[in-house]
Design a protein around this ligand. Structure first.
Ligand code: NAD
Ligand code: UDX
Length: 463
């Protein structure tokens, strides 16, 4: 079977870039990305490519080439489902905020809605692909819904989790470390795996396409994220010790990472990991372990989250302590709000937690981020603990010019590792700040001695 028409439900950070690359590399396949959010779809269809809803380096070029040729963004979900031979489910699976498993389990309501809609609308056989990150065994529930509420047609379920990282999504999609496809251990399951593998084989070398059963594929995604986050928490768990002893975390990370068994990547000490995946997926893993009675394994993975929470709190406390125990009515500049560089995504960014803590101490926060809008920052703070808007508008100001954000500040905090921060005129920034001027570098981005020679008091992470 050769697929001619694909539908992807969910035009977010995964659905948008993933389908753009699949369409770009397979001009013979019509790819329609649908979403309930009509504003988002309108942005994907915008003639002005700087208005795409997601900022990812290189994405505009890919969208420009494929959109209108074989890549379409639409709100007509039913039509796209019915027309497609293969349907990717790429909707959000956030942590539950209610009921059983609140604060830990994945909220699968959007997944179930998709399954029910696919079942209702479909009039021909379909391959349904889980692209969202899901708890192990979710394919069983999806199959159950499809088979029991559908129109008697055949649905084959595949798991094809996405491993792209934001900020490098296009590069990760074009040259992935691997593509993982899980399917049922039946003849039709294996055939479906091969059909999807053929789509990827248009540009991914076959040896990078891993084929497994459904449950291995679902579980591998959760655990890959847990391993990555664990590395960040492992290095961050050493930062206090470095600060107390005179060891330098960058030197330690370099020494550790030189061991080829460990490797140098993902050992950058930081103010704490953010993003929509790490915390959510580990909490989900912990919940699954707990539900099955595997309490030791659950506790083990939960520590990765606890260290991350500790790192954010510790950083905020360090700032207050250094500023003579009070930040009330002081101005504090934030450089960066996104959870990492080269993205406009702010989900779970350390910035939100640290700003909130400092606002509780009545500090005035002045933020500059190259890609995050003022509206997004306000909304992030409002969402946290259902914070009142009045408090945020009193304590938060946002700037489109970094130099303006620093004026009058007692301290400047680097939250995101945007490359442009390294190129700034730091003498000019120093001149406009209140003295003594402090820098808290949550990414160890700046050159310490150069910054100190200007007159700043510099604090990095773990050094
Ligand atoms: P997102 O919130 O950016 O996008 C999800 C989209 O789905 C939203 O636009 C929403 O409106 C839409 N949606 C929800 N329910 C719908 C429905 N019933 N019909 C149509 N549209 C619907 O989320 P995301 O970051 O793209 O993540 C999607 C999934 O991919 C999650 O499971 C996530 O864990 C996983 N994932 C994310 C990343 C990442 O870097 N963001 C990487 C790998 C995997
Ligand atoms: C992650 C996974 O990397 C990706 O494979 C998966 O598909 C989705 O989740 P993402 O969250 O987009 O991707 O970015 P990632 O590069 O993993 O960074 C996550 C967080 O960890 C960021 O806040 C980043 O700044 C932080 N981090 C990363 C560190 O603090 N130190 C590091 O050494 C690496």
């Amino acid at each position: 079977m050769i697929i001619k028409s694909i539908c992807c439900i969910g035009a977010g950070y995964v659905g948008g870039p993933t389908m753009s690359v699949i369409a770009h590399e397979n001009p013979h396949i019509k790819v329609t990305v649908v979403d309930v959010n009509s504003d988002r779809i309108a942005s994907w269809n915008s003639d002005d490519l700087t208005k795409l809803p997601i900022f990812e380096p290189g994405l505009d070029v890919i969208v420009h080439k494929a959109r209108g040729r074989n890549l379409f963004f639409s709100t007509d979900i039913d039509q796209a489902i019915d027309e497609a031979e293969m349907i990717f489910i790429s909707v959000n699976t956030p942590t539950k905020t209610y009921g059983a498993g609140k604060g830990m389990a994945a909220d699968l309501q959007y997944i179930e809605l998709c399954a029910r809609q696919i079942a209702k609308v479909s009039t021909s056989d379909k391959i349904v692909v889980e692209k969202s990150t899901l708890p192990v065994k979710t394919a069983e529930a999806i199959k159950d819904i499809l088979d029991n509420t559908g129109n008697g047609i055949h649905f084959e379920i595949l798991s094809n989790p996405e491993f792209l990282a934001e900020g490098t999504a296009v590069q990760d999609l074009i040259d992935p470390d691997r593509v993982l496809i899980g399917g049922a251990e039946t003849k039709s399951g294996q055939e479906a795996i091969d059909v999807l593998a053929k789509i990827y084989a248009s540009w991914v070398p076959e040896h990078k396409i891993i084929k497994t059963n459904l449950w291995s594929s679902e579980l591998s995604k959760l655990t890959a994220n847990a391993f990555l986050a664990q590395r960040v928490s492992s290095i961050n768990a050493l930062t206090e010790l470095c600060e107390a002893t005179g060891a330098n975390i960058t030197e330690v990370a370099n020494a550790i990472g030189s061991d080829s068994r460990i490797g140098p990547k993902f050992l950058n000490a930081s103010v704490g990991f953010g993003g929509s995946c790490f915390q959510k997926d580990i909490l989900n893993l912990v919940y699954i372990c707990k539900s099955l009675g595997f309490h030791q394994a659950a506790d083990y993975w939960e520590q990765v989250i606890l260290i991350n929470n500790h790192q954010r709190t510790r950083f905020a406390n360090q700032i207050v302590k250094a500023l003579y125990g009070t930040v009330a009515d002081k101005k504090i500049a934030f450089f960066g709000w996104a959870f990492k560089k080269n993205t406009n995504d702010t989900r779970e960014s350390a910035a939100i937690y640290i700003a909130d803590k400092l606002m509780d101490e009545q500090a005035h926060i002045q933020v500059y981020d190259p890609k995050v809008t003022a509206l997004q920052m306000q909304s992030d703070l409002n969402h946290l603990n259902s914070r009142s808007e009045t408090k945020n508008s009193k304590y938060l100001t946002t700037h489109t010019d970094p130099y303006a954000a620093a004026v009058g500040a007692h301290a400047l905090i680097i939250i995101t590792e945007w490359d442009e921060f390294k190129t700034y005129d730091w003498q000019k920034i120093y001149n406009t700040m209140s003295k003594p001027a402090f820098i808290f570098d949550g990414r160890n981005l700046l050159n310490r001695s150069a910054i100190e020679s200007i007159g700043f008091t510099y604090t990095g992470v773990g050094q």
